[in-house]
Design a protein around this ligand. Structure first.
Ligand code: NA7
Length: 557
């Protein structure tokens, strides 16, 4: 399909603009935001770079890609009929099923005709004369909109290592995010996987028994825990549907929007025997319980965390035959759960296979990629395929890839060069009428994604109603409120061990310029606290924003 081939008719209104609201992205957030805006009668559209809906779930098609959230908690909760008609086949559904779900949502609510596919936004320029945005796609199509909303995803700007000679490789090399739609036959191939985050762990466990040889290139080891996947039978599905109200209520009241809520006890409230018994139970149970449902001090207190880490390390040692390999797979630079915990299915057992090898890049770093493989400081490793599971320019990367130009020619890329600054995670000063549904320092996005998204979309939709009812033409974040929010996020983040580690949550990614310094990307205060903050803002009439109506504006240009 050619760029913008299915462009829908633009609705011209008397202010000379194409739309009231234009959303960038038709993934988990963009789809729902579009639905709500259409529901309130707004002139709205979404521009989507891909040829279909789904965002993350459209792009990530690598082998083994699946939820780490319980499937039934990773769905929209806003429509009873939708909840009733959709059945999940597994506790943690695989990507094709998830993509089908979002396609079904788009069909059910008639959203496709309001989405312009194959429309990658490359620039967005603010018009100070008639407060609005001029949005341009890679194909050269232009759109004007009063308000511009971002829903580009947190992890949609993939990054690859800056290995010397990377482009000289003679075989197939690809990032997991760019997996071909037609699939990639790995049978009988010598495959290398670089990266052992949540993605790498899923790929490695899935392909190990299908390839000739698998060489895993690990930089920092990660703490992983069992996923506990299983099919959901028809009676189980029926039973789950009966309890959806309770399930969503539980997620609503949990800090991260998951079923798993921190245990109110601290580790030392019980004896060591009881502690170990509880950890055994959590380790054997499905999902993030061992991480997010643990004693509440395990992610805040270093001693409590060290004891839990030792428990998990013993599990790794028990599951990996070669003690030297097991030691390499146990992280020594950070404690359990202080980075995002990849959930796995027989991941550690993969290293007991004769065709699998672990290369520790901390001992023998990559020197270069050659036409026939990867050369480390110790050896040449011949490969047919190199899979880069090397992560993303997280959270702000998708913003940096669009030329956002605000007031007085200010570029967002420049403003956020040393780290983003936002007003309550929904706007940034200098960029009036730009609303970030998915963006840095928002509490909604650091949660089980659809749960947090329903919060932010509800707030944005209320704001949109307010805007429409009051004839608002311009919304600008206050600088004082912005500075106060950034400070608050910083302070709250200090309370958790998470911010002491180097991961994408804190803005580290050595594959991008400036990625060697921490940045405040995520608000760890939790979805409940963030929802309360947003509610206060709404109840008080949006005091963190300057709100102007058409009357106060100069003549439209
Ligand atoms: P992550 O979690 O950022 O993991 C990336 C992995 O790639 C991690 O093991 C990195 O090692 C490794 N990496 C990155 N760059 C390099 C280079 N240059 N050389 C060697 N190894 C490298 O990304 P994922 O895609 O796994 O997961 C992202 C999120 O998706 C995840 O949190 C879930 O929410 C879903 P490092 O640890 O930096 O040493």
């Amino acid at each position: 399909m050619t760029e913008d081939a299915n462009v829908v008719d633009k609705v011209r209104s008397d202010d000379g603009l194409d739309y009231e609201f234009l959303i960038i992205g038709a993934g988990v957030c963009g789809l729902y935001q579009l639905h709500r805006l259409l529901e309130i009668g707004a002139k709205a559209t979404a521009l989507e770079a891909n040829s279909d809906v789904g965002g993350t779930w459209y792009n990530n098609r690598y082998p083994g890609c699946r939820f780490d959230s319980e499937s039934y908690t990773y769905q929209y909760s806003f429509d009873k009929e939708l909840l009733g008609e959709w059945n999940w086949s597994e506790r943690f559904a695989a990507q094709p099923e998830t993509l089908r779900y979002f396609q079904h949502v788009a069909e059910k609510f008639g959203l496709r005709k309001h989405i312009q596919f194959n429309s990658r936004v490359v620039s967005a320029v603010y018009n100070e004369n008639n407060p609005s945005w001029l949005v341009t796609t890679a194909g050269g199509a232009t759109f004007t909109t009063r308000f511009l909303m971002t829903a580009m995803g947190l992890l949609s700007a993939p990054t690859v290592p800056r290995f010397e000679g990377r482009d000289t490789f003679g075989g197939t090399s690809l990032h997991t995010f760019d997996w071909p739609h037609a699939g990639l036959d790995l049978a009988g191939k010598r495959v290398g996987v670089v990266g052992t985050g949540a993605t790498g762990v899923q790929v490695i466990s899935t392909i190990a028994d299908k390839v000739k040889t698998l060489t895993v290139f690990q930089r920092d080891a990660n703490w992983c825990a069992p996923l506990g996947n299983a099919p959901i039978s028809e009676p189980e599905m029926a039973q789950l549907k009966e309890t959806y109200d309770e399930i969503f209520e539980r997620c609503f009241n949990s800090p991260n929007g998951f079923l798993h809520r921190p245990d109110r006890r601290i580790s030392t409230d019980v004896s060591r025997e009881e502690r170990l018994a509880w950890w055994e139970e959590l380790y054997g149970a499905p999902g993030f319980g061992i991480w997010l449902g643990n004693f509440r001090d395990t992610l805040m207190n270093e001693d409590a965390n060290a004891e839990l880490s030792e428990f998990i390390a013993a599990k790794v040692r028990a599951r990996v035959d070669d003690p030297a390999v097991a030691e390499k797979l146990i992280p020594h630079d950070h404690g359990f759960g202080t980075k995002r915990v990849p959930l796995e299915t027989r991941y550690y057992e993969v290293y007991n296979r004769p065709n699998v090898r672990l290369v520790d890049l901390m001992e023998t770093p990559v020197e270069r990629v050659t036409p026939s493989g990867i050369t480390t400081t110790a050896e040449d490793i011949e490969l047919d395929v190199i899979i880069y599971a090397t992560g993303f320019d997280a959270v702000t990367g998708p913003f940096d890839r669009i030329d956002f130009v605000g007031e007085n020619g200010l570029k967002l890329r420049d403003k956020w060069k040393d780290g983003p600054e936002t007003c309550v995670g929904v706007q940034t000063t200098g960029f009036p009428n730009l609303l970030t549904c998915v963006g840095p320092q928002s509490g909604s996005v650091a949660a089980n994604f659809p749960r947090g998204i329903e919060d932010i979309v509800a707030w944005m939709t209320d704001f949109a109603i307010y805007i429409r009812e009051n004839g608002v033409t311009e919304v600008r974040a206050n600088r004082e409120a912005e500075l106060a929010w950034v400070e608050h996020v910083r302070e709250v983040n200090q309370e958790v061990l998470f911010t002491k580690t180097k991961s994408w949550f804190n803005g580290y990614n050595l594959n991008v310029d400036g990625g060697d310094k921490p940045r405040v990307l995520i608000y760890t205060g939790g979805a409940v606290r963030y929802r309360k903050r947003l509610a206060e803002e709404r109840a008080a009439g949006y005091p963190s924003f300057e709100i102007l109506t058409g009357d106060a504006l100069p003549e439209s240009s």
